[in-house]
Design a protein around this ligand. Structure first.
Ligand code: GUN
Ligand code: FE
Length: 454
C-alpha cells in the first residue's frame, strides 16, 4: 500500500531529466525540496551537503518538518515513466498471440479476455495486479484503455487512486465488428455508459488530481457512424477530457476502415470529421500516414503514442515515421500497448523504439536518423507528459511540477552492467536505460507519495 507524505521531503544527490527531445540535463550535488502535498518547491543545484540545514531554514523548514534523504553515489533520480497507451483488461494475455494479424488477434484472443471484466471481482483482482505491476516498473502515469464495461472502468479508477498511480482511463466504446457477447448493445447504451463513467470518475477525483477519464472509441472499425458522431459530441461537451483511439495501425486495419468509410480520404479525415482530432487526441501507432495527413496532425496538435513492440511482433514489421514527427514538433510519447505488446516495461519499449528507428533509417537510406538515447528517454517521460496533456504537472523536475520520480539504484542489483571506476554519471545512466530493469528501481514516487519500494 502506498504511504502518504505528510512532511515535506528533501533529496540531495543526482537528478537526470530532459528539457526537450535533444536536451538531457544531469544535476549533481542537487537538493530538491518537495512540499507535503508533493509539489517541487525548490531546486538547488551544485550545493554541498553542508549547506542543507541553511537551505531548509531559508524555505521555512527544519529537520522536524522535512525528511532529508542523502543519496549515495550509486543512486540517482529520474522522472517517472509515462505509458501513453496500454490496455488494462489485457494484462493477463500478455505474451500470447505473437505473429498473427491485428484483426485475427482481436477476434481470437483479446475480446474473450476483455469480456471477463463484466465480473467485478475479476476486475478488482486483475486491475490491482496491473496497476501494481506498472508501479513496480516505474510507470507513474498510464493512459489506459478499459474494457467496454463502465463499472469495471470505475474499478480501475478506484484502484489507481488507492495504489497511487496517475492515470487517464477510458471506457472503451465498441458497437460493431465484435462478437455479440462483447460489444455495446446500442449507440444509446454506449454513450450513456460513457457519460455515466465520466461522472463517476469525476465524483472520485473532481479536479483530476490523479485520475482523468478519456473518451475512447476503440477504433472506427468497432464504432459505427452514429456512435462516432455521439462521441464527438461528448468530446465537445467535455473540453477538459482527452480523447484516445487506435490510428493507422496496420494495413489490414487501414484497408478495412477505408471500405467502411469510403467517402473519407484517410483516417485523419475520418476522425477529424467527427470532432475527435485536436490537441487532446492521443493517437496510438500512427504508422501509415501520407505527408498531407502528417501535416494536418501537426496543425491540429494531435499527440502520438508510439508503440514499437506490437508494431513489430504482429504479422508485419510496421515502422512509424517517428523522426518525421519529432522534426515537425508533433508530440510523441511511448506506449507499451499491453497486451498487443508483450512487455509492460518502458525500458523495453524504449529499446524497441531504438531498434525500429534504425530500421527506419535503413528504409529511408539514412534520411531519418535513429533515435538518440536522450530522445528515447524524453519520449518515455516529458514527451509522454505532453501527449497526455500533463506537461504542466509532470515529465521532468521543474519547480511547481508534481514530484513523480524513480530512485534508480546502480549498486549491483539484478543484471545491470556493472558500474566501473572510470564511469561518469552519463555512462551509468545509459547502462541503466539499456541493461537495467525493475530490480534497479528502488523507490517510486507519485505526487511526492511513495507508491512502491524494494
Ligand atoms: N485496435 C483495436 N483494438 C485494439 C487493441 O486492443 N490493441 C491494439 N494494439 N490495436 C487495436
Ligand atoms: Fe492498443
Amino acid at each position: 500500500m502506498a504511504s502518504e507524505a505528510t512532511l515535506a521531503q528533501a533529496f540531495h544527490g543526482t537528478f537526470i531529466h530532459t528539457l526537450s527531445p535533444k536536451e538531457l540535463e544531469i544535476l549533481t550535488d542537487t537538493l530538491i525540496l518537495i512540499s507535503p502535498t508533493g509539489i517541487l518547491e525548490s531546486i538547488h543545484s551544485s550545493t554541498p551537503r553542508a549547506s542543507i540545514p541553511d537551505l531548509l531554514a531559508q524555505n521555512n523548514y527544519s529537520p522536524s518538518t522535512c525528511n532529508v534523504t542523502i543519496l549515495p553515489a550509486t543512486e540517482f533520480f529520474i522522472p517517472g515513466f509515462i505509458d501513453t497507451h496500454t490496455h488494462a483488461p489485457q494484462w493477463a494475455q500478455r505474451g500470447t498471440g505473437r505473429g498473427i494479424d491485428l484483426l485475427t488477434w482481436l477476434e481470437t484472443i483479446t475480446f474473450r479476455h476483455e469480456a471477463k471484466l463484466s465480473d467485478s471481482d475479476y476486475a478488482k483482482s486483475l486491475y490491482a495486479s496491473c496497476v501494481r505491476g506498472g508501479l513496480k516498473q516505474g510507470m507513474t502515469t498510464a493512459c489506459y484503455y478499459g474494457s467496454r464495461h463502465a463499472s469495471a472502468s470505475v474499478i480501475l479508477a478506484e484502484t489507481c487512486l488507492t495504489l497511487g498511480q496517475r492515470a487517464l482511463i477510458g471506457k472503451c466504446n465498441m458497437n460493431r465488428h465484435a462478437p455479440d457477447w462483447y460489444r455495446d448493445a446500442s449507440v444509446e447504451e454506449s454513450l450513456h455508459d460513457t457519460e455515466d463513467f465520466i461522472s463517476q470518475v469525476k465524483v472520485l477525483d473532481p479536479e483530476h488530481k490523479l485520475v482523468t477519464p478519456v473518451i475512447t472509441p476503440r477504433f472506427a472499425i468497432c464504432c459505427d457512424e452514429e456512435l462516432l458522431v455521439g462521441l464527438g459530441e461528448v468530446a465537445g461537451r467535455n473540453p477538459d477530457l482527452p480523447i484516445q483511439t487506435h490510428f493507422n495501425e496496420s494495413r489490414g486495419e487501414v484497408d478495412f476502415t477505408r471500405s467502411l468509410f469510403p467517402t473519407d480520404k484517410s483516417e485523419t479525415d475520418l476522425y477529424e470529421r467527427f470532432g475527435l482530432l485536436n490537441e487532446r487526441s492521443i493517437l496510438a501507432h500512427s504508422i501509415y500516414l501520407s505527408d498531407a495527413e502528417i501535416e494536418r496532425m501537426a496543425e491540429l496538435k494531435c499527440g502520438i503514442a508510439h508503440c514499437p513492440i506490437p508494431n513489430v511482433t504482429m504479422d508485419e514489421f510496421m515502422v512509424a515515421p517517428v523522426r518525421e514527427y519529432l522534426r515537425r514538433d508533433i508530440k510523441v510519447g511511448l506506449g507499451t500497448d499491453c497486451g498487443g505488446g508483450y512487455s509492460s516495461s518502458m525500458l523495453e519499449v524504449m529499446k524497441s523504439a531504438f531498434v525500429v528507428s534504425t530500421a527506419r533509417c535503413t528504409m529511408t537510406q539514412g534520411r531519418d536518423e535513429p533515435l538518440s538515447v536522450t530522445e528515447g528517454f524524453y519520449m518515455a517521460t516529458l514527451g509522454g507528459a505532453r501527449v497526455c496533456g500533463l506537461q504542466e504537472k509532470v515529465g521532468n523536475f521543474v519547480v511547481g511540477k508534481e514530484f513523480d520520480a524513480l530512485l534508480v539504484r546502480a549498486d549491483g542489483q539484478g543484471v545491470m552492467a556493472p558500474v566501473e571506476e572510470e564511469d561518469g554519471v552519463r555512462e551509468v545512466f545509459e547502462k541503466f536505460l539499456m541493461t537495467g530493469d525493475d530490480r534497479n528501481i528502488g523507490r517510486v514516487f507519485v505526487k511526492g507519495r511513495e507508491v512502491h519500494s524494494i
